[in-house]
Design a protein around this ligand. Structure first.
Ligand code: XMP
Length: 526
């Protein structure tokens, strides 16, 4: 039977199920499990039956969540999960719901605990074995209002905090554990080891998940899926589409054709780099479409950010489709969809979410051209994709590259776009990135780039007056781009970048640093 959670005999035997109750940290739990070399899937609490039709997890982790078990009709653990008699680890809300369903009780506490807390260990159990010592205190990270006040039968108290008498509880016989804190966040200093104990020792999962094993498995799957048919892959030059192309090349060789649409809005030197790398790898199966003129003409005089995005998205589909038609009968389109795009998140807010920005991708294409999708990276997180890219022999500067938006520099030039403004921005951006690399900061920053403002200001250069554009530097740290912190550069670094840009790039006489986090700002300016 086919469902959204179908995977693999190969990884299914050592698979951890993470039941999502809507915690903002659920993906972090999955990251930690994968770091142990074990495959896991995140499944919304109300889709567990579907998952169980094709999967048998060796252990189950219950995530936290914003609900209170004291409310009416709040999410519950499905009966089949408890009846499976597999090891269970409940985290925060997961602990509370486990306790309540097994006959213990939970109350709304007087003292909520948020942030760092000290936990005192009072007895031992397999979950904390070789991690914590009895009588000692350790730092954990808490975020809860409700607390367990009575444990279900068969459980022992293992550790306590000021606000939670049952911060860790264990039933060693049934291999059920509950923790009030969040072991998946880095502020719980020994959290990684606790997850290791649950996954490797208690659930006895073996190391079957590595990018090497994934590659072999995926190649078989792709061959089975596409048979003798041709596959078309849209290359953007980003990590995801590059790795998708490389894996398909390995799996089906001559049946793959890659199309790279150069819309003229890439970072300086990027189009040439992609051209060199992929022409060498794919020869005539790599098609470079020089379409800058088409895009620039369509964007002429347009300053509204949403209009720019829509124009670029539509033109992209047009150009791509025209190229694809020349190739004849194609049945499959390959896309670099990643696991975070696939996970159905549990939403408690209700109602549709507001569109902040309409993201550009080739989303409209498959239906329009009647193509079936090949998405070889659907099970992977971004950092796993990078490891896979390395395994496939892609150059490091390509796989470690900062994310880049589909509409490219068009959304980094507020107002109307001209050829000159693109060139000016590319030059400034190259200097900023070069200085970041020279200072060994590139891998510490999630994304860094420049924004060229349509604002002119007066300056003085030598003895003359200048009246030129202002440039913004933006550099952030982030986990997934959903939230972001500003990177705290030294002032001397910023001074150096500013001096170089004003001296070396004609048309810019002022440089500023954007110190807005996300939220309330977004990462890009448009
Ligand atoms: P924002 O500006 O929404 O950006 O905070 C979050 C992340 O998404 C990237 N981004 C895009 N990526 N198509 C993409 O493929 C787009 O249309 C797009 N818009 C923004 C942005 O660079 C950041 O990494």
């Amino acid at each position: 039977m086919n469902n959204n959670f179908n995977i693999v005999d190969k990884f299914n035997s050592d698979n951890i199920l993470i039941i999502d109750f809507g915690s903002q940290f659920t993906q972090l739990i999955a990251r930690r499990v994968r770091e142990e070399g074990v495959f896991c899937q995140i499944v919304p609490y109300n889709k567990v039956s579907e998952y169980l039709t094709t999967n048998t997890p060796k252990g189950i982790i219950l995530s936290g969540g914003p609900s209170s078990v004291l409310g009416i009709e709040t999410p519950r653990i499905q009966k089949e999960i408890i009846e499976m008699r597999r090891p269970i680890l409940g985290i925060c809300y997961g602990q509370q719901v486990l306790v309540q369903q097994l006959g213990g009780s939970v109350v709304s506490s007087n003292t909520s605990e948020f942030g760092r807390a000290n936990i005192k260990v009072i007895s031992s159990c397999s979950l904390t074995d070789r991690v914590w010592e009895i009588g000692k205190k350790y730092q954990v990270w808490m975020s809860h209002g409700d607390s367990v006040v009575k444990m279900p039968k068969g459980f022992d108290a293992v550790a306590e905090t000021e606000g939670a008498a049952y911060a860790v509880i264990a039933n060693e016989e049934s291999k059920q554990y509950g923790v009030q804190f969040h072991p998946e966040v880095v502020h719980t200093l020994e959290g990684k080891k606790i997850i290791h104990n649950f996954v490797k020792i208690i659930s006895a999962c073996k190391n079957t998940w590595s990018m090497e094993s994934f590659l072999d498995y995926k190649i078989d799957i792709i061959k089975g899926q596409v048979g003798e048919e041709k596959v078309l892959c849209g290359l953007s030059g980003g990590v995801d589409s590059s790795v998708t192309a490389a894996i398909l090349d390995k799996a089906i060789g001559d049946q793959l054709v890659c199309v790279f649409v150069d819309h003229g809005l890439l970072r300086g030197g990027e189009a040439e780099e992609i051209n060199t790398i992929f022409s060498k790898r794919l020869g005539s199966r790599f098609i470079y479409v020089q379409a800058s003129k088409i895009f620039l003409e369509a964007l002429q005089g347009v300053s509204d950010p949403e209009k720019k995005r829509k124009i670029i998205g539509n033109k992209f589909i047009e150009v791509f489709e025209a190229e694809a038609k020349k190739l004849g009968d194609i049945k499959f389109l390959a896309q670099g969809t990643l696991y975070p795009d696939v996970i159905e998140s549990v939403s408690f807010s209700g109602g549709p979410s507001v569109t902040i920005k309409s993201h550009h991708n080739v989303g409209g294409l498959p239906e329009k051209m009647n193509l079936k999708l090949v998405e070889p990276l659907r099970e992977l997180f971004k950092d796993e994709v990078r490891v896979l890219g390395d395994e496939l022999g892609l150059p490091i500067n390509l796989i470690a590259r900062h994310p880049f938006p589909g509409p490219g520099l068009a959304i980094r030039i507020p107002g109307t776009i001209t050829n000159d403004s693109i060139v000016t921005l590319q030059k400034a951006d190259n200097i900023f990135i070069e200085e970041i690399r020279n200072a060994n900061l590139y891998d510490k920053i999630w994304q860094a780039f420049c924004v060229l403002l349509p604002v002119k200001s007066v300056g003085v250069m030598g003895d003359s007056r200048s009246y030129d554009k202002a440039l913004v530097l933006r550099a952030i740290t982030s986990v997934d781009g959903m939230t972001a912190e500003v990177y705290p550069f030294e002032h001397s670094f910023l001074n150096r970048v500013s001096t170089r840009i004003v001296n070396e790039v004609k048309g810019i006489n002022r440089v500023t640093y954007d110190i807005t986090s996300k939220p309330p700002g977004t990462i890009e300016w448009e």
